[in-house]
Design a protein around this ligand. Sequence first.
Ligand code: DMJ
Length: 616
Amino acid sequence: MHGKNDHIFVPIAPTDTNVAPGKKSCRRYWNQLSRLQRNIIIVLISVLCVILLLSIPSIQSNDSANKELISNHIQITPIRDQTNNDLTAFDVSKRKSKHQDDNEIQVQANDLNSNPILDDAANEKGDDGNNVMANNVIDNVENVQNSAIDEGEISTKVKVFKGPTNDWQRAVVGAAKHAWSGYKKFAWGHDNLKPISMGSHDWFGLGLTIVDSLDTLYIMNMQEEYEEARNWVDSYLKFDVNRDVNLFEVTIRVLGGLLGAYHLSGDKMFLTKSTELGNRLMPAFSSPSGIPYSDVNLGTMVAHSPKWSPDSSTSEVTTIQLEFRDLTRITNDPTFENAANKINEKVHNLEKKNGLVPIFINANTGTFRNFATISLGARGDSYYEYLVKQWIQTGKKTNDFLIEDYIAAIDGVIEHLVRRTPNEKYVYIGELINGKDFKPKMDHLTCFLPGTLLLGYVNGMPESHLHLAQDLIETCYQTYAKQPTFLSPEIVYFNLNGESETDIYVKSNDAHNLLRPEFVESLYYFYALTGNTTYQEMGWTIFQAFEKYTKVKNGYTSIGNVKNALNTRPRDMMESFYLGELLKYFYLLFSDNRKEIDLEKFVFNTEAHPIPIRNN
Ligand code: DMJ
């Protein structure tokens, strides 16, 4: 594993006739030695060299994780030779183009106060965009230090973002502007844009795209658009409307969006709105078991199970805790966190299959549905995500049972759900139908997992998590790379018993792409936590594919078929997570400052809204 520069440097004095008397040169000493003496010295030096070389891996044991990440990265031209810091010809051009306009960037100082806690990270880069890139070769997977905010400290300060610093980030901002202008023109105030029919779609009637986009616009320093969004929330976002909403979706997108905007901007209007929404969602917790109902009417404040079933999705009831706990932190009202904690405790006490949970749970009885599917995809995914993220949110000091459940769950994943394909040896995660029969099916949603595993690993989780993360990031990348559009389908299947010629295959009903963010989210974690710019390269390839196949005149659209580049079948829908998540993760992935959002200080909710880490 040693590069060509990893030799031991033995300085030899030059032959110098002007050496001062009494100071003999090494060469003169050497020449005066007998052959035997010289041989002994050569042998001794050789032995010393061997010992030194052998000891390097143990000296660098802390680096081993990153070394493996670097050496095991997916086969894609690395932008730097990681061992000698030389730019390849390919990379020079890429990097030049990425930074070519740096000098033209105007640093637009806001009239906002700076936040000493947060500004360290923003300043890390300095003026020269190349500094951070040069550092990448020595950046490691670092264990996250505890730098959480102390109890009681309220986020009233703001973080200043300077806007894009390279061409890739500028391209993402271009995409955000294009999406925003289509939404503004045809769907303003509605939940989603229908960019082809030039119309809108309402799900909850809460202006989802606006609220989900607030912190994205803020992070990208799109001041005009941010002001438009902020003012709409202030004037038009009303919660006292007679309308059923889904507790989970509104919590992660609307409550999470308001909280993220509040923490970055310090604007108290978002605090007021968050509190009102939190109060109106509380009836969902009024079930006999404490496991919340899936739906709640914001106006009448009456909650109920879904119309189609008595059960809630397991991932939905376990993916509201970051937000409700944060609401308690900023309001000092314990009601929100208490309700969320009660769910944690209930689910913790239920019987599981090696830490794995069925995907349905009954709000009345508080029990899992018998023989329900076990999956890290739809309806299961973020249960696992929030176990580790809640532990991180509370400074890794409390909620031990959550991290124990997480460790048990990942052990369960490794034991029951992980398989390797026969030919190309891709590692993937399948599902257990009826809780027992293995199915080699993986939702794109599951591609959040490599990023979450890596986040857990740098926070102290076992090495097995790192290995699984490395394997999965490659497999998820392949779900994109194998398609002619270079876009992943919603679901892939893997060759288990020779039923397919290829190791990864896609059924026609699963070939759609909804502009989902999970894989780009994982790439972001891999870049942010390792500094390895290979993950930026992967992201850039995928970003270009989105540009090519999902960009339409008035925005971006989900497509029906990633398997045919000539007939992608646009579906006329731009979900709020396109701006809320996908573009945000692309932007942060392409940042020259991988700590633009510092993962020692913030944890992202499942909709990419940053929530502060605290010491309790
Ligand atoms: C988002 O709402 C969230 O990421 C959620 O966790 C899963 N589904 C969508 C994006 O795919």
